[in-house]
Structure formats: structure tokens, C-alpha cells
Design a protein around this ligand. Structure first.
Ligand SMILES: CC(C)(COP(=O)(O)OP(=O)(O)OC[C@H]1O[C@@H](n2cnc3c(N)ncnc32)[C@H](O)[C@@H]1OP(=O)(O)O)[C@@H](O)C(=O)NCCC(=O)NCCS
Length: 158
């Protein structure tokens, strides 16, 4: 029987997850973060780094985010290709919003490649709006769209 999104385990990311995280990162991004970036993020303060795994420990997805005062920024999100379109990115982003609610975060932001239609659709589906463009933001010269989700007082999506 296939595992469903509801049966996944979502927990804080640790150094022990990094082999699998880096493998999925490399598979998912044209200019992936190097392992050292993830090591730095795992150890840094003001971070909200989570993974979703199956009951047997297979990595299915991750989010690496940072927060400061009332703002949160999602640095990375990826879902393992064979698990996509099953609601796992939504599940991970809901964990971010729940963390935001508990910690007085008022807005969540992120950058997304102009050409990344799946991710832009994902974010629009969870109330992010496209705020502005950062020209040539990525190392290969592609521009980024900055997307923001404002949370109402109490943390609900506004
Ligand atoms: C973007 C990504 C994280 C989405 O993960 P996912 O688990 O497949 O997303 P979900 O199943 O939660 O999708 C939620 C909604 O987002 C939108 N969406 C997601 N993937 C989509 C696609 N390929 N095409 C169109 N819409 C898409 C849909 O509205 C979808 O709802 P639906 O399936 O009911 O139509 C995944 O495709 C991925 O890892 N991509 C590579 C890494 C990446 O681009 N990360 C984002 C960087 S900014």
C-alpha cells in the first residue's frame, strides 16, 4: 500500500538528514546549494528547518527557512520527484505557517525563478502574492520573483 501525505513524519532537520537533503537538492535545482550551506543553516540560530520522511526514514521533502522578529523567509523547499503533486509542499508550508502563528510572524517571503511555473502556482495557491522582481538574482542570470504572504493578527493568512 502506498504511503499518503497524511502518513508522513514531519520533524526538525538534523545533520544526519544532509546526505539525502543534498541529493534531493541536486536533483531539484539548476544551481543547487552546496552541502556547506546546509551545514551552516542546520547550525544557525533563527532557523526553521524541517524534513518530511516516510515511516522507514526515506526523505520525501524539506523546507529550510529563517525568521527574524515578525518576518520569515523560505530559503529552500523541494519534494522528491516521485512524490510531487500529492500535497507534500502544502504540508510543509502549513508547518511553516503553524510555526509562524506560534511565534508572532506577520509575513512570509521567498524568491522564485521566473521560469518556475510549478512553484509559482504552489505559492499562489497558498495566498502568496507576487510583490516585485529582482533582476538577474540567480547565478545563471535568471530573475527572481519575490512572493509574500501576509498573515493576519493571530497568524491566519490575511
Ligand atoms: C515546487 C514543488 C516544491 C511543489 O511540490 P509538490 O509537493 O509537488 O506540491 P503540492 O503537491 O503540494 O502542490 C500544491 C499545489 O501547487 C500547485 N502545483 C504544484 N506543482 C505544480 C505543477 N507541476 N504544475 C502546476 N501547478 C503545480 C498546484 O496548485 C498544486 O495543487 P493541485 O495538485 O491540487 O493542483 C516541487 O515541484 C519541487 O520540489 N520542485 C523543484 C524544487 C523547486 O522548484 N522548489 C521551489 C523553489 S522556489
Amino acid at each position: 500500500m502506498q504511503t499518503t501525505a497524511e502518513q508522513l513524519i514531519v520533524r526538525g532537520a538534523t545533520r544526519a538528514d544532509l546526505d539525502a537533503v543534498v541529493a534531493l537538492e541536486t536533483l531539484s535545482f539548476p544551481v543547487p546549494w552546496r552541502r556547506e550551506f546546509f551545514v551552516t543553516e542546520i547550525d544557525a540560530i533563527g532557523r526553521f528547518n524541517i524534513v518530511a520522511t516516510t515511516a522507514t526514514g526515506e526523505l520525501v521533502g524539506y523546507v529550510f527557512a529563517m525568521f527574524f522578529l515578525d518576518e520569515m523567509h523560505v530559503n529552500k523547499i523541494a519534494v522528491e520527484p516521485s512524490w510531487r503533486r500529492k500535497g507534500i509542499a502544502i504540508l510543509l508550508m502549513e508547518e511553516c505557517f503553524a510555526f509562524a502563528r506560534r511565534n508572532g510572524v506577520a509575513s512570509v517571503s521567498l524568491e522564485v525563478r521566473e521560469s518556475n511555473a510549478p512553484a509559482r502556482a504552489l505559492y499562489r495557491s497558498i495566498a502568496f502574492v507576487e510583490s516585485y522582481t529582482r533582476p538577474r538574482y540567480y547565478p545563471d542570470g535568471e530573475s527572481a520573483i519575490v512572493m509574500t504572504c501576509e498573515l493576519a493578527p493571530g497568524g491566519e493568512v490575511a
